[in-house]
Design a protein. Sequence first.
Length: 113
Amino acid sequence: MKWLKRLFHIKDFHKEPRMYIIVRGDLSETYRLVQGAHALAQYALEYPEEFKKWNNQYLIFLKVFNLISLYDLMEYRFKKAKISVFKEPDLDNQPTAIAILCDGKIIKDLSLA
């Protein structure tokens, strides 16, 4: 496996923080994109200094299965993390997307959206 990582320059985790957008997989692809954009904009408003450090570098969209999975992330993995949760008014203010700036360790098991 080490040779594969060297060949493709794969790193387990990143030194610089990356912006991760986590969306619900039970939403359509278009809806996921829009909800993720809202979460990113909200992150910029809530954490302007961290947002500036990110400097529009890497942006990665990941997904969880559904609303319950998103709640699990918020309650168990992201308790101490700085996250922005977007709640969609058209869906009775249900959380639809999360933005988090991190090295990827706490979300390594999630798949691409």
